[in-house]
Design a protein around this ligand. Structure first.
Ligand code: PGA
Length: 235
């Protein structure tokens, strides 16, 4: 099974930078990974050779919602995935809003990439399990996945996003066991669990594991050489 590699370009790139990066992506051999590129909305067109994900969407399909992006329109434009609940958006979106957005994605045949993660204090106070359980169960509450509809869970400890090192492999694996249990208890069958947070070429070897279905990469995906080295390590 190939590892999934999600490139979350965040708001890092202007138009010209995105165009240049797209040329560089074309020189990378991505054949050993399942690549999902998540540019900002304005830069989708430059990465149309790849499976595309949006970094957010609204929970209604159409209407008087100034400044929002419709999941229905994303679907019509061939966008296959949407990242939801990323930590950098959780100050705007509650677990309940994320749940509405997950439902909107599934309603529109888009695969949700649901980001979850605890804070450093949560981990120190041994609250990781309860925080993750709440995030997962609320995000997926009332979402009918009984027919095997796919869902991706990206586990991103908050304090590891944009930091110098990822979480230690053993801690990732332990946490994944718990996430799997929560999903299994909810009778969700078609899921993949990814790790995100400071994944870089210099550390990817340390966090390769059969237990990890893939990686969500932020800053490193905006450098073609970094990304190329990460891809080469994921075999
Ligand atoms: P990072 O970002 O790889 O720059 O830590 C990951 C993320 O926020 O999705």
């Amino acid at each position: 099974m190939k590892k999934i590699l999600i490139c979350n370009q965040k708001m890092y790139l202007t138009k010209d930078e995105a165009i240049n990066l797209s040329y560089d992506y074309n020189t990378i051999d991505f054949s050993n990974v399942e690549l999902i590129v998540c540019p900002n909305y304005l830069n989708f067109e430059f990465f149309s050779d790849y499976d595309l994900g949006a970094q957010n969407c609204f929970y209604e399909d159409k209407g008087a919602y100034t400044g929002e992006i419709s999941p229905y329109d994303l679907y019509l434009r061939g966008i296959k995935y949407v990242i939801l609940g990323h930590y950098e958006r959780r100050k705007y979106d509650t677990n309940e809003i994320i749940n509405l957005k997950v439902k909107a994605c599934v309603r529109n045949s888009i695969i949700p990439i649901i980001c979850i993660g605890e804070s450093k204090i949560d981990r120190e106070l041994l609250k990781t399990s309860s925080v993750l359980k709440k995030q997962i169960t609320t995000a997926l509450s009332g979402v009918d996945l009984s027919d095997g509809y796919p869902v991706l869970i990206a586990y991103e400890p908050i304090y590891k996003i944009g930091s110098s090192n990822p979480l230690a492999k053993e801690e990732i694996e332990d946490t994944f066991k718990y996430i799997k249990k929560v999903l299994d208890d909810m009778k969700i069958s078609n899921y993949k669990i990814l790790y995100g947070g400071s994944v870089k070429s210099e550390n990817i070897k340390d966090i390769l594991s059969d237990e990890i279905d893939g990686y969500l990469v932020g800053a490193s995906c905006t450098s073609a050489s970094e990304l190329n080295n990460i891809v080469k390590c994921i075999k």
